[in-house]
Design a protein around this ligand. Sequence first.
Ligand code: GLN
Length: 191
Amino acid sequence: MKIGVLALQGAFIEHQKMLQTLGAETVQVRLPEQLDDLDGLIIPGGESTTIGKLATEYGLVEPLRRFASAKPTWGTCAGMIFLAKDIGVDRQPLLGLMDVKVNRNAFGRQIDSFEADLPIPAIGDEPFHAVFIRAPIIAETNGDVDILASLSDGRIVAAQQGHLLATAFHPELTDDTRLHAYFLDMVAERE
Ligand code: GLN
């Protein structure tokens, strides 16, 4: 299984290490042709405006859109924003594939970052220790989007729509590999 990690900006090395721990072959993606033989792709957290700007400069927006339309793709934090169809008023390049409305920086300046033990039934009974950094939330889901996790106040922070996975937090910054394993299962099922 060969998984790409979009490596324009942000926390791509941590995703790569976690995938390697699970035995997947990984590639840092910076060029359109590097998508050609991948089975899945992770779009990391970072700054979605920067990722969008660099993806535009590198001619990657359309190839990424094509890839993620067909193959398992997981966006974490900024990557989740980049995958979304709707982010409200902001104008920035998006892949616009997942039927969710995402609010950027949903926790404001005062709670810039926080951690929470999050129940995610799809990966097991044990809560997932989730690290949120200037995190977005999913304000609305449409169509056949499944909600995978919500905070105790009901705000949605993880969802799946078929081969697309989105998490508002940073699973690559913990040593819990369950979400990466879940994504690799999605990829394996697709093959
Ligand atoms: N606040 C960032 C954005 O709007 C996302 C933060 C993150 O990826 N940790 O793109």
